[in-house]
Design a protein around this ligand. Sequence first.
Ligand code: C5P
Length: 268
Amino acid sequence: MKIDAFAKVNLTLEVFGLRPDGYHALRSVVVPVSLCDTVEVEPADELSSDSGYSDDLCLKAAKVLDPSRGARIHVVKRIPAGGGLGGGSADAAAVLIALNELWGLGHSRAELAEIGAQVGSDVPALVTGGSVLMEGRGEKGAPIECPRLNLVLCNPGVHTSTAEVYSVCKARDCADTSVNDAMMSALHSGDLEKIAAAFANDLTAAACSLHPEISEVISSLRAAGAIGVSMSGSGSTVFALVSGAERARELSAEMTAKGYASWPVVTR
Ligand code: C5P
């Protein structure tokens, strides 16, 4: 059984205070995009994965779902690791959905999303699928409407550590709803200029201070005339909003020619 595991971008990512459990309270508009990994699960006596990662979220997801069962997990990776696009989390979400079927467990999507919270903060939103307003440490997700957006993803080739970026970021006042209000009204209007103006990511300064290459990509995409530019998750991938698929392909080709990994994508 094969499932596409879609990457996500964070159109907003607001970080509030540190919680007693060591995670930050956050609010984020999470939107899936067309770049995907492909996850395949097959029946087997033992549990195995060919990802090669020591902290394989696919194996973690399978064990959280049912530690007593086996399966062979194969992932075709296209989403860069450590890139803020939720690749590992998307793969884990796909494993939960696929093994729920393969093992005949009969969990609902909502139950799988709840189980996914034990695997990683981004997993519940990616199990739910579609655009989501994420809150809590990531476990709360409410579906929202997002118009079809043409984006260019651009990765400077550095891996960020999510824990390290969070540890140096400056949290904001949780009473402030202006960022989210602006994005909700912009998405509702469908106006690209307004959507771009509402982009926000509280982890950007921290990620750029640790990896200045990220600032270079942001500047380069801005100079190329993108409508808006922002970083996804804890980086290192940056995304640019452009006016159509043709412009996305052109800008992505320009960034590739500059030596970056880049993909034209569309929101789903
Ligand atoms: O949940 P996940 O494994 O993706 O989180 C990785 C790290 O990112 C956590 O160990 C924590 O340091 C940081 N984090 C956080 N607050 C969140 C999500 C992640 O501080 N809401």
